[in-house]
Design a protein around this ligand. Structure first.
Ligand code: ADP
Ligand code: MG
Length: 243
């Protein structure tokens, strides 16, 4: 389960503080497929990065299966990420000097798997890339690179898969292929899947939906959310009993 409690993110932009994610409390039960949608700049990647522990919140806590990751040091975070979280990015982020097979082997080797290469081969087969194992990223199409990235994200069989616009840089046929794979993985492995997308059709495939705008959740379906809309000029003077 992913539990965010009063999570917010404020950065310094120029000399001004800028809140890019307003306090948000949301619980995502294990096994949920949730779509995170909203216009560019609404805070979607920020939210995913906070869940992955790639970024630290300004306030609040992020619990992954009961562990508050904001309390972990870098080593603890890296260990938890390695065990629990797979991440797929819009621009693949493969290591250019390694083959497809080697890219997928990296997280297995870090985790100390004795049979890293065999397992990486199996993962490449799962994403339909057996014939591309010894190709370098530059020798692969965008769709193939994203399938390698997906195989790598799955390497340690994480219970949580986070995908930030994974089809955003692909044509529709390759995008469709990646979405089919993500859906199959979600249903076969019961993986929690959080998918950031601009695509309303893709969002409609999910069990749950969070819609962000300017760092606020403006709509949520299928998940419990406590989101505080900051009201300009309210000065924090809550009026008892006001609705
Ligand atoms: P999305 O993924 O929805 O497009 P992001 O989460 O990437 O949005 O960013 C939300 C907003 O915060 C954007 O306006 C972005 O420019 C801004 N932002 C993100 N990170 C930083 C940062 N480190 N410093 C300043 N502004 C940032
Ligand atoms: Mg983004």
């Amino acid at each position: 389960m992913i539990a965010l409690t009063n999570v917010s993110k404020t950065v310094t932009s120029g000399s001004q503080p800028l809140t890019i994610l307003h306090p948000l409390t949301v619980t995502i039960p294990a096994g949920t497929f949730i779509a995170v949608v909203g216009p560019s700049g609404s805070g979607k990647s920020t939210l995913l990065g906070l869940i992955a522990g790639l970024d630290a919140p300004t306030s609040g806590s992020v619990a992954i299966d009961g562990t508050d990751i904001t309390k972990l040091d870098e080593d603890g975070l890296a260990k938890l990420r390695g065990e629990k979280i797979g991440f797929v990015f819009q621009f693949f982020h493969l290591i250019p000097s390694l083959t497809a097979l080697e890219n997928v082997s990296v997280p297995l080797e870090i985790a100390g798997a004795a049979d890293a290469t065999d397992r990486a081969r199996g993962l490449l087969q799962e994403v339909g890339l057996t014939g591309r194992a010894h190709h370098y990223p530059s020798q692969l199409s965008g769709g193939e690179q994203q399938r390698v990235a997906l195989a790598r994200a799955l390497a340690n069989n994480p219970p949580i898969l986070l995908a930030d616009e994974p089809t955003g840089n692909l044509d529709s046929a390759n995008g469709r292929h990646i979405m089919d794979l993500l859906q199959n993985i979600h249903s076969a492995r019961r993986t929690t899947l959080a998918l950031v997308t601009h695509d309303r059709e893709l969002a409609a495939l999910a069990d749950a939906r969070l819609v962000l705008r300017d760092g606020h959740v403006v709509e949520h379906v299928g998940v419990d959310v406590v989101a505080s809309r900051s009201v300009a000029g309210s000065g924090g003077q809550a009026v008892a009993g006001a609705s």
